[in-house]
Design a protein around this ligand. Sequence first.
Ligand SMILES: Cc1cc2nc3c(=O)[nH]c(=O)nc-3n(C[C@H](O)[C@H](O)[C@H](O)COP(=O)(O)O)c2cc1C
Length: 323
Amino acid sequence: MTSRTAVLAHAARLARHAPSILNTQPWQWHIGRHTAELRPDTSRSLPYLDPDHRLLLLSCGAALHHATVAIQAQGRQVTVERGTDPLARLTLGPPDTPRHTDLAAAITHRRTDRRAFGSQTPGDEIIADLRKAVAAHGLHLRPVRRDELPLLAAATSRAASDAAHRPGLRAEVATWTDRPTACGDGIPAATTATATPRRVPMRDFAPDATGGGFSASPATSDIGARYVVLHGDRPDDWLRAGEALSALLLTATVRGVACSPMSELVEAPWPRTILTTLIGTTGHPYLVVRLGYPADDGPPPAAPRRPETETTHYGFTDASPHP
Ligand SMILES: Cc1cc2nc3c(=O)[nH]c(=O)nc-3n(C[C@H](O)[C@H](O)[C@H](O)COP(=O)(O)O)c2cc1C
């Protein structure tokens, strides 16, 4: 393996840690001598939850951003061409001063944290940092005000109850919850939130399950949680939104802020309309993210990842333009 291939292989390896809808990890990497191509893995799509592959693309965007950060942190320039097939082609440029080393270091310890958050609330300076991280990808961040929380909560709970009445969707979510360890994917029950009250309800991954999951006691009832809406100027920028989501989550991790993405409000047209009204701009909402500081010490359990051999393939057919 040449040093250039090793840089790309390392990037694809780190990109496996990207967040994805139901931890489906719906991506494939093809590594050449100086390029890495990212393709969607539609065999891991979710026909009920995500029939148009929007959240699949958003997940691929997060993997793309993880990979670019990993390349830049290794001291190489990289150019990204976005398309449909491949979704993105990353071409290595010449050596450069290492950049984003803090974000790259955060990749392996960032986790979706569904625990109840304590009373400390992420301050406006944190939100400003996250906004800047997202803006670098052409997206926007709209913090949800306290007086808007009841609307966010009501819309989320209504979206969840509608989803619960769709047997196909329920079965799909159940299929991806608490899978055998060997699969290396899906949502472990130990990382979910139980149906105890929160200011804004969390997704109930396994309504029929007993045991497992984080509850919210009255003392830690998620009181300090802050919510932000990731939105953009175009309705179909899902790949870019994923890149912005990754930038947001990694920046938050560097700043010691725990996060959990929440997509229930963008999965069906009418809750997405409510979210559009709530943000009060002409923008298009892509995702809600809950931010805060968990009341418990230590990290939450990690979600598994697929073996590298399932997601990364090597084939040296590309010419080599860079020394
Ligand atoms: C597009 C997208 C949508 C997501 N939606 C939700 C959600 O609605 N509720 C939730 O608890 N987690 C959600 N997540 C978080 C994933 O479940 C999580 O990234 C995945 O299980 C892997 O775990 P990790 O983030 O700890 O690595 C979402 C993540 C992505 C990228």
